[in-house]
Write a protein that binds this ligand. Structure first.
Ligand code: GLN
Length: 482
């Protein structure tokens, strides 16, 4: 039996109708990983033994005729910054190469409770800093649509695992776009919930006022099912909100959808623009489309990079070789710190630590950090204003399709990948990327002949705070229009 391209619904039906067992399903996924991951490198750790014993338990539930939880038997992969008890958790960094988690992250526990099957931990940019997964200390992940291209980042391993059908769903974390952007590069659905909707307990923190865990899936319905399972008030994360978001019906015909003019300017790839505009036109046959303005959009990236780096510099202070992390031989304490951190953090992480400590330092705090916080408020206000007039906002997820490995060696050009996603984190809003088709790859930029099918493009749908279901249900409607 071919267990290919299964959705959660397919897994449920297959298990119920006894077309396959959970164990067969788990084994089929490990076979696929063995076959494909040599080329793609999406996984850093495989947890086969655990997965098979989880699958065995689900098979027992079936045997006993028990009602199955919605995600029972569903293979899932975790970005390697989420703790899974007894397994390595590296955050893509050499400094945590040998770190083993002593407890489960809350999202892991929620999925464990559902009887999901844990396939393993996926590759990522070091401490989630990057947009291509090339900043991993363990080598890059490749885009399953074209092995010369990046999968996006920082959750590139999770995106690629789902896109290559090595997993049914996966979790990633999104601080400035790290779920939505790789989803768009790999042709998967990627959802970033409202800030606080999902517990971050057991997630290795990057920038705490921005970080949010979200699912990757093959379709919007699956992303919704995973979100449903992981959204929860959690006493271990005081930022998790004390409300369970409820399903809500949407009717495109009754909606007004905003298209921000600032998101269709210089830097947006022509083919991506054309594709996005075509979908907007189609949506316009049902909903009312309105041009809107988010006037502070141009400051989103500088504000994001100041606030994120400041928080990164505080959060990563714990990797000092004493509390956490690899150690290096040294004659005195200062040398110990600088050797440990200098030799075990990668270049991008060190760059951001320096940026962050600089913008927080006395004399510069007011000029950078405080001002960035003020502009963050203006960005939030822009969205608030917009949501007085429109229900949702449509934009491209990323200005370009997946780029060549090694193509963005200067940090600024890499940072530009987040131009449409970072403001959503600054404002704490929910946003999803939905695949809307493919565009041909640039022939001159590839070493091999371009793939005939081309590269995926993602449409971003942004909603107001706590309108997660409105975002997802509209995404599902749009998915059906394409
Ligand atoms: N690419 C962005 C960055 O490098 C976003 C990262 C993320 O969302 N984790 O910071």
């Amino acid at each position: 039996m071919k267990l290919d391209n299964l959705t959660i619904e397919d897994v449920r039906t297959g298990l119920k109708e006894k077309e396959f067992s959970a164990t067969e399903l788990a084994e089929a996924h490990f076979d696929k990983i063995q076959k494909k991951d040599e080329d793609i490198s999406a996984f850093l750790t495989l947890t086969k033994e655990k997965a098979l014993s989880q699958a065995e338990e689900v098979d027992e539930w079936i045997e006993q005729g028990r009602d199955l939880p919605p995600l029972a038997g569903v293979p899932v992969a975790f970005k390697d910054n989420m703790l899974l008890e007894g397994e390595k958790c590296t955050a893509g960094s050499k400094i945590l190469e040998n770190y083993e988690a002593s407890y489960d992250a809350s999202v892991v526990e929620f999925l464990r409770g559902q009887g999901s099957i844990f396939l393993g931990k996926t590759n990522m940019d070091e401490f989630a800093m990057g947009s291509s997964t090339e900043n991993s200390a363990f080598g890059p992940t490749k885009n399953p649509h074209d092995l010369d291209k990046v999968p996006g980042g920082s959750s590139g391993g999770s995106a690629a695992a789902v896109a290559a059908d090595m997993s049914v769903v996966a979790l990633g974390s999104d601080t400035g776009g790290s779920v939505r952007q790789p989803a768009s590069f790999c042709g998967a659905v990627g959802f970033k919930p409202t800030y606080g909707a999902v517990s971050r307990y057991g997630l290795i923190a990057m920038a705490s006022s921005l970080d949010q865990i979200g699912p990757f899936a093959k379709n919007v319905n699956d992303a919704k099912l995973v979100f449903e399972a992981i959204q929860n008030k959690d006493r271990f994360d005081s930022t998790s909100v004390d409300r369970k978001l409820a399903e809500e019906e949407v009717d495109l015909e009754e909606m007004t959808i905003g298209v921000p003019k600032e998101y269709f300017s210089e830097g947006l790839d022509e083919k991506v623009e054309k594709k996005i505009k075509k979908v907007i036109e189609k949506v316009g046959e049902y909903a009312e489309i309105k041009e809107i303005s988010l006037p502070h959009s141009e400051y989103a990236l500088p504000v994001y990079y100041i606030i994120m780096s400041a928080e990164v510099s505080a959060n990563l202070a714990r990797y000092d070789g004493i509390k956490y992390g690899a150690t290096e031989e040294a004659d005195n304490l200062l040398e110990f710190y600088s050797k440990t951190r200098g030799q075990n953090f990668g270049k991008e992480v060190r760059r951001r630590l320096m940026l962050g400590t600089y913008t927080l330092s006395s004399g510069y705090y007011d000029a950078y950090y405080k001002r960035a916080q003020k502009v963050r408020t203006l960005i939030k206000k822009d969205f608030k204003q917009a949501f007085n007039d429109v229900d949702l906002i449509l934009t491209p997820t990323s200005p370009t399709p997946a780029f060549e490995l090694g193509a963005k060696s200067d940090p600024l050009s890499m940072y530009l990948s987040d131009i449409y996603t970072a403001s959503v984190n600054l404002a704490g809003l929910p946003g999803v990327s939905v695949p809307i088709g493919k565009v041909p790859a640039e022939p001159e930029s590839t070493s091999r002949p371009p793939q005939a099918e081309g590269l995926p493009v993602g449409l971003q749908i942004i909603g107001d705070v706590f309108e997660d279901y409105q975002v997802l249900n509209t995404a599902q409607k749009i998915e059906q229009l394409i």
